[in-house]
Design a protein around this ligand. Sequence first.
Ligand code: PMP
Length: 435
Amino acid sequence: MAAKDLDLTRSKRLFAEAQAILPGGVSSPVRAFKSVEGDPIFMQRGEGAVVWDEDGNEYIDYCCSWGPLAVGHAHPKVVAAIAEAAARGTTFGTPTVTELRMAQLVQELQPLAERLRFVSSGTEAVMSAVRASRGFTGRELLVKFDGCYHGHADYLLVKAGSGLATIGQPDSAGVPAGMANTTVVADLNDPEGFKELMAKWGEDVAAVIVEPLPANCGLLVQDVEFLRLLRSETKRYGSLLIFDEVISGFRLGPGGMAAETGIEPDLLTFGKVIGGGLPVGAYAGRKDVMDVIAPLGPVYQAGTLSGNPVAMAAGHATLELLRDGGWDALAAKGEEFERLLTPILKGFQVSLVRKGSIFWFAFQDPAPRAWRDVDREGASLYKRFHAKLLERGVYLAPSAFEVGFISTAHDSDQLEHTAQAIGDALTLAVDKTRS
Ligand code: PMP
């Protein structure tokens, strides 16, 4: 496949300008391309599966804004819903029908959401769910898993995966020890270790939080048995179980990983797809737990723009599209992608890890199941792989430990082009004598 000499003149100029005002030139760190030792590309426009940068280069996009765009860029129905809502007023600070209908749709799709509250990001959703757990149980400790990312609340920036791993900061500065000390870190895929940890701390644990499909340190698919153990052990010690479905929620299907595994967590957190590309998060779950939130209960949590009607309209339109055939399409496209790639990956020490429309290339074979087993060396190939893919019009997230996303807008030709490009890019990444 012919590679293009990418002209990124305008992106580079804009990045220089941005660095003079935005720390690192970006509004969120992984965007800065540091782990692939490049400069970020300024995107100008997106349509379906394709994005165009400021220099006019075109890419098939598998970052999809880090997950939210399950129906692709600028889907006409989503854009129309946003325009229609915005024309009626962008925010009121009162309840709205749009918010109510969205809540009802979420509950119809995920009945474990006996009660839910909207917030404006995944971070906020998790922070609030953790506060509710602490308020409900009267306990302080939180258990999380090494490599799982749950947003940037102080006590969650402990062994938190890709963004931190790739910029070489295992933890964040600015987090008081007293905050970090309220978090106990367990290993994924380690039932005995988890049982020991709960035997030691269980009585003080307010909640165990997990990405049931860990997707912030590569894609570390867990045995259902391990997830079931989290449920039984939390029940045994009177702790709550929180499924952080910010990535998996409404992407794998209506019920996310909870439905897929048949496990009922006490609380769930959502973000990304639920907002259809606008800033939305939500936390949800058992009525008795959610009832501790103000104004019903003593746990305070609020937001000026929570349940924002424009964002709710985008989320509602996206969930309807997914319900009306979107999830089936995502599953089929994921399978097609794997079918195309399987013969191409033969001969490389690379595993395609895939769950529905979420995928990750592990530069090791077999694929790891825990962050401690992820081969950081193999991932150094990713830098060249990523650059070679850009030259072939394929945009992957700029980090070896981030997952990729397929949308309903990716067609067979685009998937095929991508598979060929991946074959070429891997050959070049492995054989450094060729360019
Ligand atoms: N939880 C998980 C599982 C996530 O992947 C993320 C973001 N990548 C968050 C929480 C935080 O979401 P946000 O970036 O919207 O604050």
